[in-house]
Design a protein around this ligand. Structure first.
Ligand SMILES: Cc1ncc(COP(=O)(O)O)c(C=O)c1O
Length: 403
């Protein structure tokens, strides 16, 4: 281990996060930890900007420009050129916006193709949009490995999440986008489990739309704003379904008729969450210093080590994540019938991962603040819990509202 130590000092980035004493945090794929700089940044935004400037801060503190300015900093991690990405709302809303716009680009087609590895909210949003449009659209959901063969000239939009939230399986974004374009379909990618986890290049892969959240690997905090990328060739053509006032060409003209703003501006909806932006800004101050390729290389080292150690010491657990590192994102999942109870026992001993029904124990690997000692420490505790059946207690089997 340590191939990238010279170029990327991960001990330095680890010191930039608040990690509670005695905790090994393997859930940054769900909610990233607190960047220490966020506390001061929030404080400044609240007291110096909101407190002192009041409404004038929209201009004087540059609040109105944040959705674009911060999105451009995320753009560096996903291959999006300046001015092609904007932030706001939550990811489910961005799924709706992107899908509605994508469908309009293929008015003669009626199929939305997705896969069973997509996140439920993406599929639910598609179902809701189909119902409200009432134009005979269907959502076709196939196995992840069967997407390519189901791409036909009926497909309007191929809507996929690059890294499966459950298993961590990674789609070949470039190949599938090419295959979608070959049949004339629009390619829409959810990067929730990709942005900050591995290098993504929406430009090189020729994605039409990409969306993602910032509270997982990017560490913007709970409820942090989501991003939407629209390929430059579509940005001035699409008609926003969520035609809010801040996506208008001239919001402060208060014109009764909607005219979309220029390019990506039209994907703005309403008032941006400025306090969340302050936390995201602090998180991006860390990301600006990081080489995402070094993060990926270290993430592979950490996941390889975790898989090896768990398989050696916990034979009851079955690997659910692709064994080939090139075929997975930055998480590792193991199946176990009583996985929920095992996860509760782990959390009780300071190793935090999470559980996804019916039997997946998920562990996220985030090199910015996790190292080899954390991986070894987590597996020692997991192996102890499995060997001594410490999970087999009523208190660990009672399901909480959030798993
Ligand atoms: C792949 C994916 N898409 C969509 C969502 C929904 O995001 P939000 O709750 O921010 O709307 C999630 C949430 O975890 C997700 O993992």
């Amino acid at each position: 281990m340590g191939r990238y130590d010279d170029q990327m000092n991960f001990a330095r980035t680890k010191a930039m996060f608040h990690l509670p004493e005695g905790v090994i945090y393997l859930d940054g794929n769900s909610l990233g930890p607190l960047p220490k700089g966020a506390l001061a940044r929030m404080q400044t935004t609240m007291s110096d900007e909101w407190g002192e400037m009041l409404i004038g801060a929209w201009t004087r503190a540059g609040w109105m420009g944040k959705p674009r300015a911060l999105a451009d900093r995320i753009g560096r991690l996903i291959g999006a050129p300046e001015g092609t990405t904007v932030l706001g709302d939550t990811l489910s809303i961005k799924v709706f916006q992107a899908l509605a716009a994508a469908l309009e680009l293929r008015p003669d087609r009626r199929v939305i193709l997705s896969d069973t590895g997509n996140f439920p909210s993406d599929l639910y949003i598609a179902e809701g949009l189909i119902r409200s449009l009432d134009r005979g659209y269907t959502l076709k959901t196939v196995a992840p490995e069967e997407v390519a063969e189901n791409l036909t000239d009926q497909v309007a939009v191929m809507m996929l999440t690059e890294v499966d939230y459950g298993t961590g399986r990674l789609h070949d974004m470039a190949a599938l986008t090419r295959a979608a374009h070959d049949v004339g379909a629009i390619a829409m990618w959810d990067l929730a489990h990709s942005a900050g986890a591995l290098p993504v290049d929406v430009t090189a892969t020729d994605a039409d739309f990409a969306i993602g959240c910032t509270y997982k690997y990017l560490n913007s905090g709970p409820g942090g704003p989501a991003f939407i990328y629209v390929a430059p060739e579509h940005a001035d053509i699409v008609h926003p379904a969520l035609s809010g006032w801040l996506g208008h060409e001239a919001p402060f003209a208060f014109d009764p008729d909607y005219r979309p703003g220029a390019g990506i501006e039209r994907m703005r909806v309403g008032t941006p969450p400025i306090l969340q932006f302050a936390a995201l800004e602090a998180a991006m101050d860390i990301w600006d210093q990081v080489d995402i390729h070094a993060v990926r290389a270290r993430s592979i080292e950490l996941t390889e080590l975790f898989i090896k150690l768990v398989e050696e010491s916990c034979p009851e657990l079955t690997l659910a994540t692709p064994r080939d590192a090139q075929m997975r994102g930055s998480q590792v999942s193991f199946r176990f019938r009583d996985g929920y109870a095992v996860m509760q026992a782990l959390i009780g001993r300071g190793v935090i991962g999470d559980f996804r029904a019916p039997d997946l124990m998920r562990f996220g690997f985030t090199p910015l603040y996790l190292d080899e000692a954390d991986v070894r420490g987590a597996v020692t505790i997991l192996s102890d819990i499995m060997t001594h059946r410490q999970w087999d207690r009523t208190e660990y089997k009672k399901k909480a509202r959030v798993t």
